[in-house]
Design a protein around this ligand. Structure first.
Ligand code: CU
Length: 136
């Protein structure tokens, strides 16, 4: 009576142990190091997006440089630098970015162009249109 009880209990434990580790986990760890080292060469990693720098100079109320329409692909990191002879603010419409430009200095707005469309970039107080950023 006693022995039979122990045997059944032992069998149940073995089944439990085998069921716990037999789920196919044994094959995965051995193959992964080789696969990991091969991956970078096999899949050409997408090049990190290069920052698109837009530079505008404002003197005597007139903008020069990268004015007009500037087109960038969706997802491009963009830096808009504006140098101005008077203190003002750069306003990137649509992205709602405002950055101050001190007198005779340069202000920079950095953001990712992740919203498609055409957006005005303005020197806010002078109400001077600097450029239109076209994304997409
Ligand atoms: Cu504005």
């Amino acid at each position: 009576m006693g022995r039979v009880g122990i045997a059944i209990a032992t069998g149940a434990m073995l089944i439990g142990v085998l069921g716990g580790c037999g789920g196919g986990a044994a094959t995965a760890p051995g193959s992964s190091p080789a696969g990991a080292s091969a991956a970078p060469g096999r899949a050409p990693a997408p090049a990190p997006p290069t920052v698109h720098t837009i530079s505008v100079k404002v003197r005597g109320g007139k903008a020069s440089g990268d004015t007009g329409r500037v087109t960038v692909p969706l997802g491009t990191p963009v830096v808009i630098s504006v140098s101005s002879d008077v203190a003002d603010e750069i306003h990137v419409h649509g992205y709602d970015r405002m950055v101050k430009v001190p007198t005779g200095s340069t202000g920079s707005v950095a953001f990712t162009a992740n919203k498609p469309g055409t957006f005005d970039v303005e020197l806010e107080n002078a109400k001077l249109a600097l450029l239109q950023l076209q994304v997409g």
